[in-house]
Design a protein around this ligand. Structure first.
Ligand code: GLA
Length: 365
């Protein structure tokens, strides 16, 4: 009897902690998101076109799956009778279910965006207080991925809010990858492993390679600024639980060398690979970078280790990432504008990065 009670309690504990859908995003999710290029200027034709290009450019076959609509897909107010979120009828005249069906018909998955605050960052209705209702609506539309932001959340508790939405998605019954976007403010890598599948670690990425982009009241971070934040977080990534350095800016106007560096480091960091460019207007160079099979294989390695920065001297960085079958990926990064030559002592390097060494351990939170 005692034994039965104990197993029952253990089972309850399990349910209480196992909120998210397990088994999803076992490798970093790959896809496209509307925000970096289009902001709130999104519509049905655009998204269908992006889905078409995802296929015709070879990106789907290279592993990209999700077509994610970011902020700006809904009307400014919920339905006055049902309280449901409503897809903007001008931007999405056929509705979200039809769009999700279209995306699915291409062999892709469909993602949406909302926020744990009272409004999204672009002031569309947020999910606070409507978590279950919204989760059920997403399930009925066929949503596979939800990015959940943190604007207009003054006075709310991040852990509580994200847990609530995670549980609501689980209760709605449709497997959804849950992407936390509270910009790293409450160190989600220390608590979100059972709540979501990926969590942003920083404020927004900006379309610059290094430094910041200053706006009136806030700034976005260049690619390398985000890398600086991500570099120390490698112990917290594992299959189904990823540090998210944000959607990529590859193909948005930086130089080829910068785009290659950006993509390579994202892959070394086992980052979610969300393209943020206009797929319908990509150059061949951008396609080549985004579909580089070797780099993607490093990102998607089944061991799910986030690579780490082994050294960082005079703007020259050396990154290592352990892979399956006792293999390693190495990446030499030149952060400066000048050409540099690299000399690396492989013997010395190898003994410094043995998996047993203290410098490379995965945290089991
Ligand atoms: C926040 C997020 C961005 C994007 C915008 C949308 O800034 O961090 O990634 O989703 O909101 O308004």
């Amino acid at each position: 009897m005692k034994f039965r009670l104990l197993s029952f309690l253990l089972l309850l504990c399990n349910f209480a902690s196992a909120q998210k859908f397990h088994g999803l995003a076992q490798t970093p999710p790959m896809g496209w998101s509307s925000w970096n290029t289009f902001g709130t200027r999104i519509n049905e034709e655009l998204i269908k076109g992006i889905a078409d290009y995802m296929v015709s450019s070879g990106m789907r076959d290279a592993g990209y799956q999700y077509i994610n609509l970011d902020d700006g897909w809904s009307t400014r107010k919920r339905d006055s009778v049902t309280g449901d979120l409503v897809a903007d009828p001008v931007k999405f005249p056929s509705g979200m279910k039809a769009l999700a069906d279209y995306v699915h018909s291409k062999g892709l998955k469909f993602g949406l965006y909302n926020c744990g605050g009272t409004m999204t960052c672009a002031k569309f209705p947020g999910s606070h207080g409507y978590e279950e209702q919204d989760a059920r609506l997403y399930a009925s539309w066929g949503v596979d991925y939800l990015k959940y932001d943190w604007c207009y959340s003054e006075g709310f508790d991040a852990q509580e809010s994200y847990k609530k939405m995670s549980q609501a998605l689980k209760d709605a019954g449709r497997p959804v990858v849950f992407s936390l976007c509270e910009w790293g403010t409450t160190k989600p890598w220390t608590w979100a492993k059972e709540v979501g599948h990926l969590w942003r670690i920083s404020g927004d990425i900006g379309n610059v390679f290094d430094g910041i982009k200053q706006y009136d009241t806030w700034h976005s971070n260049g690619v390398m600024r985000i890398v600086d934040i991500a570099a120390d977080l490698y112990p917290y990534a594992s299959p189904g639980a990823w540090n998210d350095p944000d959607m990529m800016e590859v193909g948005n106007g930086q130089t080829e060398a910068q785009d290659k560096t950006h993509f390579s480091i994202w892959c070394m960091m086992a980052a979610p690979l969300m393209a943020g460019n206009d797929l319908t207007k990509m150059s061949d160079t951008t396609i080549r970078i985004l579909t580089n099979k070797d780099a993607i294989a490093i990102d998607q390695d089944k061991m799910g280790w986030q690579g780490f920065r082994y050294s960082n001297v005079d703007s020259l960085q050396v990154w290592f990432k352990p892979l399956e079958n006792d293999e390693w990926a190495v990446c030499f990064v030149n952060r400066s504008n000048k050409t540099k030559s690299v000399s690396f002592d492989w013997k010395k390097g190898k003994c410094g990065i043995s998996r047993q060494s203290k410098s490379f351990e995965r945290r089991e939170n």
